[in-house]
Design a protein around this ligand. Structure first.
Ligand SMILES: NC(=O)c1ccc[n+]([C@@H]2O[C@H](COP(=O)([O-])OP(=O)(O)OC[C@H]3O[C@@H](n4cnc5c(N)ncnc54)[C@H](O)[C@@H]3O)[C@@H](O)[C@H]2O)c1
Length: 271
């Protein structure tokens, strides 16, 4: 299966890295970027063909001409115009996959040839390390076999959840952006350690290793975070004191508000 990546930034690079780590043949992957400088960096990094659009405006169309799947990985406000510019070069059976936040299936299908198979996804960057989470909503004309091909593309380095499109923004708010919240938590933990008198470097390493360890404890499909929390929060002990403080200061409410802001932004990007 030949896969073309239009845009090879953080997200599409995570997909490519996951595929290559899973043994995918690099000869069957090609990509484009905006600048020649980033194309050169990515060619070096991945050993796949990467061409730049800045010197050759036809490069995206050339890249999709022979593709079974095209993964659109440019910024949300460029997705529709980028898809439209590819319309004449696509085979009728090429599946167009978007990873863009917000951009709807209706918008994508409106700029592509009638009947073009389309899939909207929301992955996260943990695909890079084989632990990605991917939401997938199918367009009206994509076949079951084509959806399976797209699922296989992501299953190489992550877990795919097929949802209806109206649930995709919620998945994005949790899992698409989720690694960003965890990294913010790591920094907050380190900053708190410094407040308590630890050296910055030590605090950063403690925070990183603590989250890596907790993540590994969760890395079983039947892991129960509440039971794990209980196993650490000794009755009347120190963890419970901290968790009580989090509750009293509205920790859960903070998370709900953050996710609501995320969904609102997805809706704005899709409007
Ligand atoms: N970063 C994430 O964690 C994440 C997660 C889920 C979804 N997404 C989605 O992925 C998409 C890309 O986000 P990103 O974070 O990778 O951005 P990015 O800025 O890292 O990557 C954008 C890429 O698009 C390329 N590009 C721009 N214009 C182009 C053109 N005309 N032709 C070819 N390439 C072009 C750039 O060279 C760059 O490689 C967005 O739509 C975003 O919503 C990102």
């Amino acid at each position: 299966m030949r896969i073309s990546f239009i845009g090879l930034g953080h997200l599409n690079s995570a997909i490519v890295a996951g595929l290559l780590a899973d043994g995918y043949d690099p000869e069957n992957l090609i990509a484009t970027t905006h600048s020649e400088a980033s194309a050169a960096t990515r060619r070096e990094e991945f050993g796949i063909s990467v061409t730049a659009e800045e010197n050759n405006p036809g490069t995206n169309a050339q890249a999709v001409a022979d593709a079974d799947i095209v993964v659109l990985g440019v910024k949300p406000f460029h997705i529709a115009e980028t898809a439209q510019a590819l319309a004449d070069a696509l085979r009728p059976d090429t599946v167009v996959v978007s990873v863009a936040a917000g951009t709807t299936l209706a918008t994508l299908t409106s700029v592509l040839p009638e009947g073009q198979p389309v899939v909207r996804t929301m992955p996260n960057v943990a695909l890079t390390v084989g632990k990605g989470v991917v939401g997938l909503a199918r367009g009206a004309t994509v076949t079951d076999a084509q959806v399976t091909q797209v699922e296989q593309l992501f299953a190489a380095s992550g877990t795919v959840f097929q949802l209806s499109e109206n649930q995709l923004n919620a998945l994005g708010a949790m899992a698409g952006s989720g690694p960003g919240y965890v990294f913010r938590f790591v920094n907050a933990l380190a900053a708190a350690g410094v407040e308590l008198g630890l050296e910055e470097q030590v605090a950063q390493e403690l925070a990183r290793l603590t989250v890596v360890g907790a993540g590994a404890m969760l890395d079983h499909h039947d892991a129960d975070p509440s039971a794990l929390e209980d196993s650490i929060a000794t009755e009347g002990g120190t963890t419970q004191a901290a968790l009580n403080s989090m509750d009293a200061n509205g920790f859960n409410d903070l998370i709900i508000k953050a996710l609501q802001a995320n969904v609102t932004r997805s809706e704005e990007l899709g409007a």
